[in-house]
Design a protein around this ligand. Sequence first.
Ligand SMILES: [Zn+2]
Length: 215
Amino acid sequence: MTNPASLPTDTGSLDGEQAELSRAASPGVDQPRIERAVREILAAVGEDPDREGLRETPARVARMYAELFGGLHEDPRSYLQKFFSEAYDEVVLVRDISFNSMCEHHMLPFMGVAHIGYVPGGRVLGLSKLARVVEVVARRPQVQERMTEAIANLLMQELAAKGVAVVIEATHTCMTIRGIRKPGSLCVTSAMKGIFRSNVSSRAEIMNLIYGGRR
Ligand SMILES: [Zn+2]
């Protein structure tokens, strides 16, 4: 005698599996809740959420938000635990680390590049790890100023660096497609820690390394 309770009740559609996969990729993001909210927004602007072109939109947006805000559920420090012990105590600079983030005031993307320089205090980081840190910090509701500070503070604390300089240049779509509509405007923020804050010539050196030959 077969026991019907032991039979799988859901054979699992492809969509179901994909949803399952993306949920697993971003634990902590409640995608069904995002879907309900997006449906509500569509209705609120006067659209018909059940019209053919929009039917899959709430689920698509939910998966996208799970990706764009996935950094909320990751600790950037996890990328700063593996370093090399080196006596090197000159500037290490990684320029033009591209990123995209979401402005927390408008939930619109801002994107650009981060330049990160530091003077090691005995701990040298694998270069790709800097890009990882930028990525995790960017994939959250953000403001550029806080993002810049956060990256600089993380590196100061976790690497026990002698100095950290972070410069971020970004364009904000909340400034280019709405409001004052200024396409091409660039927002530049910087955070200087340690010797880059206290020593004028160190600061001049790092700024020259970042911008040298470009301006
Ligand atoms: Zn904004």
